[in-house]
Write a protein that binds this ligand. Sequence first.
Ligand code: NAG
Length: 997
Amino acid sequence: MSIPLFLLFLFSLLPFTLSLNQDGLYLYHFKLSLDDPDSSLSSWNPRHLTPCSWAGVSCDSSNTSVTHLDLSNTNIAGPFSASLLCRLPNLSFISLFNNSINHTLPLDISSCHSLIHLDLSQNLLTGSLPHTLSLLPNLKYLDLTGNNFSGPIPDSFGSFQKLEVISLVYNLLEGTIPASLGNVTTLKMLNLSYNPFFPGRIPPEIGNLTNLEVLWLTQCNLVGTIPDSLGNLKKLKDLDLAFNNLYGSIPSSLTELTSVNQIELYNNSLSGELPRGMSNLTALRLLDASMNHLTGTIPDELCRLPLESLNLYENRFEGELPESIANSPNLYELRLFGNRLTGKLPANLGKNSPLRWLDVSTNQFWGGIPASLCDHGQLEELLMIHNLFSGEIPASLGMCQSLTRVRLGFNRLSGEVPAGIWGLPHVYLLELVDNSFSGSISRTIAGAGNLSLLILSKNNFSGMIPDEIGWLENLEAFSGSDNNFSGSLPDSIVNLGQLGTLDLHNNKLSGELPKGIRTWRKLNELNLANNEIHGKIPDEIGSLSVLNFLDLSQNQLYGKIPRGLQNLKLNQLNLSYNRLSGQLPSLLAKNMYRTSFLGNPGLCGDLKGLCDGRDEEKTAGYVWLLRAIFIIATLVFVVGVVWFYFKYRNFKNARRAIDKSKWTLMSFHKLGFSEDEILNCLDDDNEIGSGSSGKVYKVVLSNGEAVAVKKLWGGVVKDVESGDYEKGYVQDNAFDAEVETLGKIRHKNIVKLWCCCTTRDCKLLVYEYMPNGSLGDLLHSSKGGLLDWPTRYKIAVDAAEGLSYLHHDCVPAIVHRDVKSSNILLDGDFGARVADFGVAKVVETTAKGAKSMSVIAGSCGYIAPEYAYTLRVNEKSDIYSFGVVILELVTGRRPVEPEFGEKDLVKWVCTTLDQKGVDHVVDSRLDSCFKEETCKVLNIGLMCTCPLPINRPAMRRVVKMLQEVGTDNNQTKPAAKKNGKLSPYYYDDGSDHGSVA
Ligand SMILES: *[C@@H]1O[C@H](CO)[C@@H](O)[C@H](O)[C@H]1NC(C)=O
């Protein structure tokens, strides 16, 4: 503000200024610069003598000079006017926390000489951090959390004189953490988490901050090792380095942090063992080193610490869990899933501490379930799936009223389930799948008012299903397949209005299907195959509008097929091997149902295997004649074709004789064909596609099987560095090595590479043939509407699993580099497989050799934004591209469309969501009853397409999230608030590998 203007302003206030003092005038002017929609500043009356009675204002003892200004949470908006506020000579405290202060923080903030405490967190400030802040001689507290500051942290921040607290969490800061911060030895708290810094190391100079109590550097794009010097931080209470790319081992110097309460190192790439000497950490209450590559055993000495929470899941720990862990007096959270731990759980685990969450899933633990787990009555989650536990469930757990989530599946447990377990009032998931439990479901299940998922498949349960099951109004899935349940389904079962899945196949159920099933409005899957159910299929079945999977095969059902079935959109329909009769409703006579009705001798209709319904005897004579004519005609034709084939082959062989001698074959599977057979069929009329790297042919082999053959040519590749176009010659060695890796891959969601034939300048890759073509072709053609939501969802899960395999299970990891919908192929049942991976990379290797990774790969609309500033390609760019595929599935739109203008699909989805809402984004061809799931999947797509690579979830996590959409439909988990800090990580058990399905 220039002086003349300011004077002008004073004159304009002249009527008031006769009374209000100087500080008051400045503040009143500040008020006028703000928007105050809630009238929070209504008490700021210019007729007062001093501002000392105004809301949020405090003065010194003489009651004239303003010292404190606290306008937090007042909903004010507008700029931060340092030119006014800094004129208050004694103002030492400013808090404008949680408002809409916008614009930049001006450089003249440095004129606030008296300022000690400055809190501008949770506002809308932008621009760079003023380097002049460090000139404030008395500043002790600086909190700028939750704004939109960008650019680097100024080096000058190393010259603060008295600063004790600095928090810059949740901004858009770039650059790296300046080493000069190590000079601010007065610092007690250094919080820089959740900024998109460039990859950088933790400056070892941080170790000079010997007064530091909190070091919070979550998601700061840190790389390299943890510096030894951090061990000097003797006063440190909270060390949080989670969600970075730190590697190397945990330095043993960290055991010198004698004051530390919590150490969080999760989600890095740390390796090696936990350091010895941790018993020095006598104040440690929380240790979370999950999701790293740590090895070795869990040291006994950890158990001597006053630990409350120990999370070491998804590492590579081995050996037994120390017995003494059961003596920890405070332990309430123990998560060890996804390791290689063995031995028994300590027999008195839970006896000495208020255990609340226990997850030991996916290890090799054996022995019994400790009876004392719930001795303190606090146990909520008991997750033990995928181990070798045996024996019975202890009766004590049947009295554990606090339980909410019980997963004991995939073990060797046996005996009867204690009656109390069935009726636990808060349990919403009871999963006992794949054990050897026996006995029946107790009537006490009536008490399980919260139960929504009851998964009992693959056990030896027997007896009737009790009537009380119909009381469970929240039940969404009941899977009891592969047991010995008998008797008829209880009539009450039709009361289950939330039921989505009822799967009781492979049991001994008898009786008729219950009456009144139209109440099953949400039923999606009904599988009662292979039982002894008789009677008719009720007509009401046609009113189950979301039913998608219906299998009643291998029962004793008779009567007609209800016409209403025609109205349903069934992906799977199986009524085979019953005693159904009458005429098949005409709309069901589709090819996709060609095996659905077999084995019903009385059933007639227009499908193969059914009686054709006309009077057969009359026509029998004609049929015989027709058949004879047909056979003769076929014989003539075949002889002709064979003759022609041999002629033609000789001709071709002659033509190709020279070429073929140079072919070398590399095969990865036992082949039922020879390379000749393929070479002879590469004609233009077999061509089914053509891409940047070559043409694709469909070849039907002599054994009747089809394969897809990709013929690569040395294409013209743009060399990014030189900008030249040059001929890309295939580097034979690299290509062979790569192809060999790919050939070894066996995964259900990855297209199989049968073999590869090579010459000097041409290569053939022989893949399995995928009859439904590519997702891209199907989705974006007029047939896109035929892909209903369950199919699209399954495609997403399949493709995610394939990519996850490439990223996480292949050594070395394989980056696809060209994930797009046209590289996701569909088999006969619309199972999706990822194709064309890695090969692109080899093919595009230029003559200069090892620069393959610097060549821009990928397709328009799918390329991750980081390509703009780095040519380094990693898994995260695949995840971005996969996110685009998810958006395609949800919106039905192409990654780039003229309608989007400058934008690509990702930007279009974001802006349309903001401006018009989700209904304008989702493909209008999708059934609205799947809206909830569609939205969840859309969210996953948006997470994958986060502009910052580090914020994209790993592929393994994507798979889990997608599967959760399909299983826990109603259990959306809120982002866990961790120790009062907002953490984007969702706590869930490592056991969600789709086993609920
Ligand atoms: C800042 O907020 C004020 C008050 O709401 C508004 O009028 C102004 O346009 C905003 N300025 C910027 C740069 O966003």
